[in-house]
Design a protein. Structure first.
Length: 519
């Protein structure tokens, strides 16, 4: 796929955000945070391949190739299984650049078995692996990326000096320390969860492991900057307070246990800028962080809904896709509210269900490279189950199961178009294939129909399957499950092909990318 073909898949959208409620001191810190985030782009690119940061400096941003590079944050097309779309670009290795490029999974597993005392450091999300003679050395990110982290930390400290909000200023300063290894990064993540009165959400550091297709362990750098809508947050308090009831509805089979902590604040915000893995292709509509089960169990996590991004995606893409794929009866009942609350409950569901197995091992490590696809499918299916079960309660609006189901599949088809073979794509295929086999969906005259009652039962059944895999699954169990439900059905490939004239996602211009935004 060429650069212009990638851009043709996207609907250009200029995102807006209201910063009129910010104090002058908080506004003054925004350019410094923007500078730090530009450094995060470079860090993420270096994690993908050593050559990418230099390519970013050389490429002309006014050309189609440059615009595609900026959208994907590199020369690898996340919409096409990370294939290079520029000439003379090397293929990505499964471990990207955080492992030796010649290290295969079998060799790594043999080394881990032979050196159990080194496993913790080698498996850490925050170490890069390099060869040291016959050994594999685990180098802390703060050391390995010290040169690139220094300007990021310096910009965050300048932002802290400018900010006139004590909590935000303290967090920015201590986060800079954590990135440079002067403070424990997990304690810094916990500080971010505890920071509940901030006017800005500043997410910056190594978080998601999607890019590590060797083992699914290593975190990649990203950043997101958002302005908080405090009134909208207050309206979601009822759901936040109902977390124990929602958690009780989630299966934790075979002695597994969740990582439910003391806090799970729900944040509604508008995005000002993204960077790193957060700007690598498809823009997230919401997120749930931190991922570390220890922090989640001891302190909690935040669920952040990005309203300006959600509305842009729904209007530019989801509505148009729904018109193409759904029957007239199902199309008539779709709603933005159902989409919004499914995304919200998806983020909540990441914090529910198995986080630890009965033997104390972390589910993320036990599932390895299969974790991301299974976890994303679990969060989607868990959100569907919770919507079906609890709509009209705990601050979740009353809506019919038909509305929930039709809106859910509208979003699923949109997500499927991001790529059928990466973690989210595999998760979507699992859901589609399972619900089709269960009889919860059917095709008639080329259009998708939903059986709402079977869909509710199917959500319960699939959630049992997924949490069971997380709790006890072995490699052969994951492979058998994915062999059955992870293969892309022909009609789904045809449906995706038939939507080629529709935008796959938005091509955003963020508020902080506009020169006049802070004037």
């Amino acid at each position: 796929m060429k650069a212009q073909e990638i851009l043709n898949l996207l609907e250009p959208v200029s995102l807006d955000a209201d910063i009129s409620g910010l104090t002058e001191g908080v506004k003054r810190c925004l350019p410094h945070i923007r500078e730090a985030m530009r450094g995060i782009d470079r860090l993420y690119q270096r994690q993908m391949h050593d050559r990418v940061p230099e390519m970013a400096e050389a490429i002309d941003s006014e050309t189609p190739e440059g615009r595609a590079f900026h959208y994907l944050n590199g020369p690898y097309n996340t919409l096409d299984n990370h294939k290079p779309y520029l000439p003379d670009v090397p293929e990505l290795s499964p471990g990207r650049n955080v492992y030796p490029t010649d290290l295969g999974e079998a060799e790594f597993d043999r080394y881990l078995e032979a050196h159990p005392d080194e496993r913790e450091a080698l498996a850490s999300p925050y170490t890069a692996i390099r060869r040291d003679g016959e050994r594999l050395a685990a180098v802390p990110y703060a050391t390995f990326y010290a040169e690139d982290l220094a300007p990021v930390a310096a910009a965050l400290r300048r932002a802290a000096e400018a900010a006139d909000h004590d909590g935000l200023a303290t967090f920015l300063s201590t986060r800079a320390d954590a990135l440079e290894g002067k403070r424990d990064i997990l304690e810094s993540d916990a500080d971010w969860v505890r920071l509940t009165d901030t006017p800005l959400e500043v997410v910056i550091g190594p978080f998601e492991v999607y890019e590590d297709t060797l083992k699914g362990w290593k975190a990649f750098y990203e950043a997101m900057l958002l302005v908080v809508d405090r009134e909208a947050c207050d309206r979601l308090k009822r759901i936040e307070e109902a977390l124990p009831e929602l958690a009780a509805a989630f299966p934790t089979p075979s002695g597994s246990r969740p990582a439910v902590g003391g806090m799970a604040p729900m944040i509604v915000a508008e995005e000002l800028l993204t960077a790193g893995e957060g700007h690598a292709g498809i823009l997230t509509s919401a997120f749930n962080l931190p991922n570390d089960a220890g922090v989640r169990g001891r302190v909690g996590w935040k669920q952040v809904m990005i309203r300006n991004v959600m509305e842009a995606k729904f209007n530019a893409c989801t509505r148009r896709i729904a018109k193409r794929v759904l029957s007239a009866e199902d199309l008539a009942v779709t709603s933005f509210d159902a989409y919004f609350f499914h995304v919200l409950l998806h983020e909540i569901s990441h914090g529910l269900g198995p986080a630890y197995r009965a033997d104390g091992s972390r589910v993320s490590e036990a599932c390895g490279k299969h974790y991301s696809a299974i976890e994303e499918a679990k969060a989607d299916t868990g959100a569907l189950m919770l919507l079906m079960k609890f709509h009209g309660r705990f601050g979740i609006p009353e809506m019919s199961r038909h509305t929930v189901g039709a809106s859910y599949f509208s979003g699923l088809y949109r997500s499927i178009r991001f790529g059928l073979h990466e973690a989210h794509g595999k998760a979507n295929v699992i859901q589609y294939a399972f619900m089709k086999e269960f009889g919860a969906i059917y095709l008639k005259d080329g259009k998708l129909g939903v059986d709402p009652e079977k869909l509710a039962l199917g959500a319960d059944r699939l959630l049992d399957e997924l949490t069971g895999l997380q709790a006890t699954g072995k490699t052969e169990d994951f492979e058998a499950f994915l062999s059955r439900y992870g293969r892309v059905p022909e009609e789904l490939e045809r449906a995706v092909a038939d939507m080629e004239d529709l935008p796959i996602d938005i091509l955003p211009v963020f508020p902080l990318e506009r020169e006049d935004f802070l004037d």
